[in-house]
Design a protein around this ligand. Structure first.
Ligand code: ADP
Length: 996
């Protein structure tokens, strides 16, 4: 018997004996990546046939069952298969694990067995492992090529790009699908990949001239970046969660109204040309609220780079966390900053740094959490020399604005409040991160729960509680809700409504999971864990007060935090803090720190009642600050703290605002019982009264700042983001009395909340409070992120709304369906503006119904949506029966002649329409001729807008004829139509009311 045969027999034996361990290792990645990689290799070797493959990886079947099936199959195929199987496992699993089962003895080398290839379909199979890797960075491109060549339909593409799949799974689905489409589809894929490789080869050539030391350094850096980014830290306390398994796409939007706005932006787009505002600047800013997923998004970017799946034009990527940079108190040069804080080159430091200086465009820096840097961005102290030492924040500001390391691309994340105007002018582009989309929530929950039934139950309970669904757009809240699914499913009617409810739920969840004691009878969970809550509360509070988010062991000791407090899981060990031997801790998330700080404000008698007004009136104090101390100093009477004005950042205010929001929620009547036996009831009640008073006072201050209206104009209030914060605090309290009281003194006709970062959560709070307004208002929410869920949340306040402005808010037909269902019989509701949303013909059915039923409706503006002739015909059906509409705006749709004719038919005898716009709708002369009938017969029309269409002489002549019979039309706008300048001149002379 030959040696190889013996080894293979041994492999078969080991497969049987160590089955449980092998299974476990294959399934250690929850997305099943290890298993799929092994299968790829065996397929490529011809060891598994196509049928075997389909029997092993059955979609929807549990990962372990698939893995068992593979082991059974390999075992029954015999000793040689087992040998090959172990060779594949060795390549796929991390070194320690993979070689552990059947280390150097592996007899069957995978490479020996490559067979000659013939067809493209066979090539796809034999090259499968490599192709899976290569395709990940270019799925869109390959799909485009397949669609263009007629092999794939858009349904095929959707099947491949299901968001629930990881990039590698998408690549595999693509290969599987292509296989079923035959030889020529397979050739398209192979050709595409080859071309891409060739075009990337110039970069390869560049890499070839790199020295050995540089390549070593690059590898070291990439390994370090990969190690730092592979796991998600919020799961650190409970289990290790690979980022690849849980990462869910987030919504990234450009701030302007460009057509790109609703396309999701990929990682490459962040660096690419789309959305560029300043070609000369190098810094891309990704801004988003706390918990919107900025750090996780950046972490994914790091991981993709380290895995070779994205941003491969950058040879080096240096990741920084501003939170950690705060702890660097020495002056550093850029070189020291890079090498000491990211990755140390073992040799040739100078040569490597010189390469960076010589090739800035091949280098990427990322800075996470600029808002957490202790110093606000200023553009004062310029340094240009990379060898000059300076305080880290000065280096950072110079890097961002480009006087240092010009040409190196920098990606910075921050909360929006902390983006100083001085920074804006140094931005290459800005992108807003808006958390999960509705389908993102769905996808995240499914990824979080490996049991599909459990996921379905969580999603069902979210659908039943739209306030909670709204909260889940914020990934951090979605994570909590998913973690607490048992509590959620058990709470029935009392399902969480507010952010405070959700955080209390996770608090209780952690205590129940980590506490070793059984709850004593008559003792509440809070009482049982009071020690831990107070210790962590104090730590959090001191941290928030002193801009501290990373805590040393000494900090913990001062607040009495013990090992068992740490074990509860709210604190995690900080990564990458030097020196290596001492431990540092941080809260799972900054919002968790704010929550503990809020509990401390309520429970502690040290902070007394004075903390409450100070917390709520901080804005006032900051506005009028004259040598004002930082919040810590301000709260404690001691003067040992630093001075606020030296260091003040807006993020610090934002954390205090989040804390105050939690304080409001925790002081709600609903939670009075929670504090029993934990604090003096008298004190808690006093604090609650104070909080209510502060909120009311804050509101009154806002109202007083409303300028008196100019005569003849409506009284309008332009709310600032702080107004939204106060509204959110009131909502957290869940006491109608407070909401009613706050609104009783607001007397405006128009409430403007444009660009106030209003998403579904804010809509819930707004509706809760605004429904108590005494008089109807116009509610202007243009340029926010209301979305369909937000629209649904606004419904409770629609009865006080006479006009609703929702321009640019990501609303679809479904949102409109829900809205109209509610408003069609509300007396006050008369105007709606929905410019630039995602509406299609489907929404016009609902508007048609609204127009038919509501005979006091005045204004409908649907510009810049996706309405065609079909939609226009449906609208026309409603218009025929409506006698009140005065303004109809359809600018920038696609209704064409057919649509224009239908609308003209419906409006020609109108006695109400005053203003009608069909600008930019592909209307030609046939449409114009039909529209002349409105001029001819309608007794009310004053302005007709037909700019930017394709109307020719015939059409205009018809309009002129009609105008002869009409003296109340003031103007007909016809700029940019199909007319020569001579025609324009001639017609202008014939009819002065035509505007060209
Ligand atoms: P931010 O940096 O904006 O405060 P984080 O990135 O820290 O927010 O997100 C908070 C938590 O939300 C993360 O720890 C993670 O559990 C969850 N999370 C955020 N973004 C994602 C995502 N894209 N996919 C899956 N989970 C996410």
């Amino acid at each position: 018997m030959g040696a190889d045969v013996r080894k293979n027999m041994l492999a078969q034996e080991i497969l049987l004996k160590r089955r449980a361990e092998i299974l476990h290792a294959l399934c250690s990645s929850r997305s099943g990546e290890h298993l799929e990689e092994v299968v790829d290799m065996l397929l490529a070797q011809g060891e598994l046939g196509w049928e075997d493959y389909q029997n092993v990886l059955v979609p929807g079947r549990a990962l372990y069952s698939n893995a068992r099936q593979l082991l059974d199959l390999v075992y029954t195929k015999g000793a040689d298969s087992c040998g090959l199987f172990f060779s594949a496992v060795k390549q796929v699993l991390p070194e320690a694990q993979g070689a552990g089962f059947f280390s150097s003895q592996c007899p069957s080398s995978l490479d020996d067995r490559v067979k000659p290839q013939r067809t493209a379909t066979e090539d796809l199979l034999t090259q499968r492992p490599g192709l899976v890797c290569k395709l990940q960075g270019c799925i869109d491109g390959v799909l485009g090529a397949l669609v263009e060549s007629g092999h794939f339909s858009s349904t095929d593409c959707d099947g491949v790009q299901l968001p629930i799949h990881t990039p590698s799974q998408q690549a595999r689905r693509l290969l599987d699908h292509v296989r079923s489409k035959g030889e020529s589809a397979a050739s398209v894929v192979l050709q595409y990949v080859q071309q891409r490789q060739e075009s990337g080869s110039s970069l390869e050539q560049k890499k070839q001239v790199l020295t050995k030391e540089f390549v070593k350094y690059q590898k070291k850096l990439s390994i370090s970046v990969s190690a730092q980014s592979r796991f998600l830290s919020t799961y650190g306390g409970t289990s290790h969660m690979p980022l690849d398994d849980i990462y869910t796409e987030v919504q990234l939007e450009l701030p302007n109204n460009s057509a790109e706005i609703y396309k999701s932006m990929g990682f490459e787009d962040i660096i690419g040309p789309v959305g560029t505002v300043n070609e000369d600047a190098d810094t891309v800013l990704v801004s988003g609220e706390a918990g919107s997923g900025k750090s996780t998004w950046l972490q994914k970017l790091h991981l993709l780079w380290a895995q070779g799946s994205a941003l491969q034009d950058f040879l080096l990527l240096f990741p920084f966390s501003c939170r950690r940079l705060n702890s660097e108190h020495k002056d550093l040069s850029v070189q020291e900053l890079l090498f000491q804080h990211c990755c140390w080159p073992d040799r040739e430091q100078e040569e490597i740094f010189q390469f960076i200086l010589d090739h800035p465009h091949l280098v990427l820096f990322t800075f996470d959490g600029l808002d957490e840097l202790k110093q606000s961005f200023v553009d004062e102290h310029r340094i240009c020399c990379p060898n000059q030492r300076a305080p880290v924040h000065v280096l950072l500001f110079n890097l961002i604005q480009g006087s240092l390391m010009k040409g190196v691309r920098k990606v910075v994340t921050s909360r929006p409040e902390a983006v100083a105007p001085a920074l804006k002018k140094h931005l290459h582009k800005e992108v807003h991160l808006k958390g999960f989309s509705p389908s993102g929530i769905d996808c995240f929950v499914r990824k979080h729960h490996s049991d599909p039934n459990e996921a379905a139950m969580v999603l069902e309970s979210l659908q039943a509680n739209t306030a909670l669904l709204g909260l889940c757009h914020s990934p951090v809240l979605c994570w909590i809700v998913s973690q607490c699914h048992k509590e959620l499913l058990g709470c029935g009617e009392g399902s969480p409504q507010t952010v405070t409810d959700v955080y209390l739920m996770i608090l209780q969840h952690f205590f129940q999971h980590h506490s070793t004691f059984k709850l004593s009878i008559g003792v509440s969970w809070l009482q049982q864990n009071l020690g831990t809550v107070l210790h962590l509360g104090q730590l959090a509070f001191e941290g928030i007060s002193n801009f501290n988010y990373i805590f040393s062991v000494a900090d913990l000791e001062i607040c009495g935090v013990t090992e068992s407090d740490i074990c509860m899981g709210f604190l995690i060990q900080s990564k990458n803090m030097s020196p290596a031997h001492s431990k540092y801790y941080e809260f799972l998330h900054v919002t968790m720190q704010c929550f503990f700080a809020a509990i401390y404000v309520i429970l502690s008698s040290n902070t007394g009642c004075s903390a409450i007004p100070k917390l709520f009136e901080l804005q006032e104090i900051k506005k009028n600050s004259v040598g004002c101390a930082c919040f810590g100093a301000y709260l404690h009477s001691s003067n040992t703290q630093k001075i606020l004005e030296e260091h003040s950042t807006t993020a610090e205010t934002s954390n205090l605002q989040i804390t105050a929001t939690f304080v409001s929620g925790l002081l709600s009547q609903r939670y009075q019982k929670l504090w029993l036996h934990c604090s003096s009831s008298v004190l808690v009640e006093k604090k609650a009264r104070q909080a209510a008073r502060c909120l009311s006072k804050g509101m009154q201050q806002h109202f007083r700042s409303i300028p008196q209206p100019v005569q003849g104009e409506k009284k309008s209030m332009h709310a600032m983001p702080e107004f939204v914060w106060l509204i959110k605090c009131i909502y957290e309290m869940q006491e109608s009395r407070i909401a009613m009281n706050a609104m009783s003194k607001l007397e405006v006709d128009h409430l403007k909340l444009t660009y106030c970062n209003i998403g579904p959560v804010e809509c819930t709070a707004l509706a809760y409070v605004l429904k108590h307004l005494k008089n109807p208002v116009g509610l202007q929410l243009d340029n926010n992120s209301v979305g369909d869920v937000g629209v649904e949340q606004l419904l409770p306040c629609m009865q006080i709304c006479n006009s609703l402005y929702l321009r640019n808010n990501n609303i679809t037909d479904e949102g409109i369906r829900k809205l109209i269902n509610q408003v069609f019989n509300l007396e006050n509701f008369q105007k709606i503006a929905l410019f630039n949303n995602r509406l299609t013909d489907a929404c016009t059915l609902h508007f048609s119904y609204l127009l038919k039923t509501k005979q006091n409706f005045l204004s409908l503006r649907l510009g810049n949506n996706n309405i065609t002739a079909v939609g226009a015909k449906q609208l026309a059906e409603g218009l025929k029966f409506n006698h009140s509409l005065q303004y109809l705006g359809l600018w920038g749709n696609k209704i064409g002649d057919e649509g224009a004719e239908a609308l003209a038919n419906a409006l020609q005898y109108s006695k109400s329409i005053v203003w009608f716009s069909l600008v930019g709708n592909g209307v030609g002369s046939a449409g114009a001729c039909a529209l002349s009938n409105i001029i001819r017969y309608s007794t009310s029309l004053e302005e007709l807008w037909l700019t930017e269409n394709c109307i020719t002489r015939t059409g205009v002549e018809s309009l002129i004829q009609a105008l002869k019979h009409n003296d109340h039309v003031k103007s007909v706008w016809l700029k940019n139509n199909d007319l020569s300048s001579e025609e324009v001149e001639e017609m202008q002379q014939t009819e002065a009311r035509l505007v060209f």
